[in-house]
Design a protein around this ligand. Structure first.
Ligand code: SAM
Length: 348
């Protein structure tokens, strides 16, 4: 096992069989060795800084029906909301005062927000807070729309590919296509965004071969950011009662990805902190270097319920930041509130 991990460190990749062997056979001792290697690489590339992005979940309306997701269109029990442009700006302003210099606007695929409305919000944020980075996470959009958002000032775009395994993708994404999701990621790269792909871990019927598919795709895409989080069941979805993804599975994959793409920006996700109270700390120890505290207004937080037991739904923005700051410093790292761009990225 040590030889395989050393090979991953040296070559920043493995072949399919080696990845499969690593994922299927790693024991506690080898996992600790993998962690040490991933931590070394992260410290070499980014020190002990953990970049902090304020996330604003501005709509939970969604036209898609991802089987695992609590805000899927067919969940008639979801209590839907939308934030106005003014409310979104207020969240950014409040975040700025707390020291945030990166904002992530995330939402379901909600046709109410036309390109015109989105561009207006991007311009307003960039005008009010020109020293901040703006990340969008709005689902799949056409090349043209994405280009206009970029030209209006958006810097980054998060679009997890969710799973690169075709059969699994089809099973969980009715009326969607893996090919167009991947194409959207390639389009984002071509336009000049810092691109975030990523995948779910522990979906029912997900296999080691499926994760290897994810790793191969990520190596090819070379995204600047990669979101890896556990699947967590939501009660009002067809996956109600299914077993959640585990911290161990997620941190193993985080460490592998850190070794494959040393400079990648890798969040310790809210979902990881929701399956285990020390999940995010574990993620950071295994090579993650980003956290995304919530800046949404507290009265809508609980409504952006992608899965059961989401953390930070009642904290005020300031409390949320303080909370994560304490957790990060307890394990020997420190929050970094700067823009935190990827080392190799420059706006085209
Ligand atoms: N609509 C945008 C998109 O498609 O990228 C962004 C919003 S979507 C709700 C954000 C992410 O939530 C997805 O990429 C998915 O991986 C994650 N998610 C949804 N349901 C989840 C669940 N049950 N457990 C864990 N993560 C989940």
């Amino acid at each position: 096992m040590k030889t395989v991990i050393d090979k991953l460190c040296d070559n920043q990749s493995l072949n399919r069989e080696e990845f499969e062997y690593l994922l299927d056979n790693i024991d506690d001792k080898s996992l600790e060795y993998l962690r040490e290697k991933a931590d070394e690489v992260r410290i070499r590339e980014y020190g002990r800084s953990v970049y902090t992005r304020g996330i604003i979940e501005f709509t939970n309306y969604c036209k898609q029906n991802c089987v695992y997701c609590g805000i899927r269109h067919d969940n008639k029990k979801a209590d839907r909301y939308r934030l106005s442009a003014e409310e979104i700006l207020d969240c950014c302003d409040a975040g700025y005062k707390l020291g945030y210099r990166t904002f992530v606007l995330q939402g379901g695929e909600d046709p109410y927000y036309t390109d015109e409305k989105i561009i207006e919000v991007i311009r307003a944020i960039k005008k009010a807070l020109p020293d901040c980075a703006l990340t969008l996470s709005l689902g799949e959009k056409s090349f043209n729309s994405l280009k206009q958002y970029y030209e209006a000032g958006a810097d980054r775009y998060l679009l997890r590919h969710e799973t690169a395994a075709l059969v699994l993708y089809k099973k969980y994404h009715p009326n969607m296509s893996l090919e167009s999701r991947k194409q959207c990621l390639w389009n984002l790269k071509k336009i000049g965004y810092q691109v975030g792909a990523g995948f779910l871990v522990g979906l029912p019927k997900q296999t080691t071969k499926d994760y290897v598919e994810d790793l191969m795709f990520l190596k090819k895409l070379q995204p600047e950011m990669i979101g890896i989080g556990p699947f967590i069941a939501h009660d009002n979805t067809p996956l109600e009662g299914e077993v959640n993804g585990s911290v161990r599975q997620v941190v193993t994959l985080l460490a592998i990805v850190r070794l494959m793409l040393p400079k990648v920006l890798l969040p310790a996700t809210t979902a990881l902190g929701s399956v285990d109270p020390i999940g995010r700390e574990q993620g950071i120890r295994f090579g993650a270097n980003v956290v995304m505290p919530n800046l949404s207004p507290t009265n809508v937080r609980a409504k952006y319920a992608l899965y059961n037991g989401k953390i930070c739904v009642s904290d005020e923005a300031a409390q949320c930041r303080k909370h994560i700051e304490g957790k990060v410093s307890d394990i020997g790292y420190s929050l970094d509130m700067s823009r935190g761009d990827h080392k190799n990225w420059r706006r085209l």
